[in-house]
Design a protein around this ligand. Structure first.
Ligand code: NAP
Length: 266
């Protein structure tokens, strides 16, 4: 039997186990997906232990995406972002991927939103913002980063080719000229708040929210009310799982099955 899992802390409410279990069942694979809540003070031991036990692959969530980066040979995208959310334990050692980036791009493709030539605003400058900003840049967008702590916006903009950094006070002006606005802050997570002013939305925008709890965030509701297209964070979560499944198993992922399992547990 192949063994995969998610490593994080906390991790008990993760949606990855039901999503991957459903995919393994659908494809009739002899595989299990388990949850590992690792001690942050012993994370390197945890990764080495997983390798020594013959675990086949891990999804990595907060707060271990940087630790994972240090432990693996990162692929190009993970190297650019500086963080890893998926590990493949190969015969040649652990290889790391950043499927937060590719999951975001696949979510946009799924909704037929072309990022080539787009003006894209990323709100936030943490881990999710890094993956999303590098993804947008790779897809051909010009990226503006707006963050509460403006220094962090400038730091991230220095890393992403062609990007500019801004404070949140500039967000309405940035949105007026933008094609895409992504919320990569935790604002709206289990609350009815939005980081973007409701009156800044217009129908030429596409709104993308990394937050997926609730599914319909205030950010997305305000966007929709103004006639903007919306893409919820569950799509990013789904497609990073799809990418991991396909890399680990070499099979096409049963996307609909994974999507149903995810939404059943949200
Ligand atoms: P993080 O590294 O801790 O960054 C948090 C960001 O939110 C920072 O930019 C922070 O600004 C900003 N922020 C927090 N509270 C704020 C407030 N009250 N007003 C304005 N800005 C505020 O977190 P992360 O890992 O990037 O995660 C961000 C969100 O993305 C979380 O909700 C997470 O669940 C979600 N996420 C979703 C997926 C998915 O698959 N859908 C994947 C990864 C993450 P400062 O720099 O000023 O503190």
């Amino acid at each position: 039997m192949d063994v995969y899992g998610i490593i994080g802390n906390p991790v008990e409410h993760s949606l990855s186990p039901p999503m991957h279990q459903a995919a393994f069942r659908e494809r009739e694979l002899d595989a299990e997906f388990v949850t590992f809540e690792a001690d942050p003070d012993r994370i390197e031991e945890a990764f080495r232990g997983a390798e020594a036990l013959g675990i086949d692959g891990l999804t990595v969530t907060l707060p271990f995406k940087h630790d994972a980066f240090e432990f693996v040979e990162p692929d190009d995208r993970a190297r650019r972002v500086g963080a890893v959310n998926t590990i493949d334990f190969t015969e040649d050692g652990p290889v790391g991927y950043n499927y937060d980036l590719s999951g975001t791009l696949r979510a946009f493709e799924h909704h037929d939103v072309d990022l080539e030539g787009a003006d894209a605003v990323v709100v936030g400058a943490g881990g999710a913002a890094r993956a999303i900003a590098f993804g947008f840049e790779e897809a051909g967008a010009t990226v503006s980063i707006a963050n509460r702590t403006v220094e962090k916006a400038h730091d991230l903009a220095d890393d992403v080719p062609g990007a500019s950094g801004h404070g949140l006070d500039e967000l309405p002006d940035l949105m007026a000229d933008a094609d895409v606005v992504a919320n990569a802050t935790s604002v709206g997570l289990e609350s009815d708040e939005s980081v973007a002013p409701a009156d800044a939305w217009h129908e030429d925008l596409t709104a993308f929210d990394a937050v997926y709890k609730p599914l319909e965030t205030r950010f997305l509701k305000d966007a929709q009310a103004a006639g903007a297209q919306t893409i919820g964070g569950a799509w990013m979560l789904l497609f990073q799982g799809v990418e991991a499944f396909e890399m680990w198993t070499g099979e096409d992922a049963p996307v609909e099955t994974m999507n149903e399992a995810l939404r059943e547990h949200l």
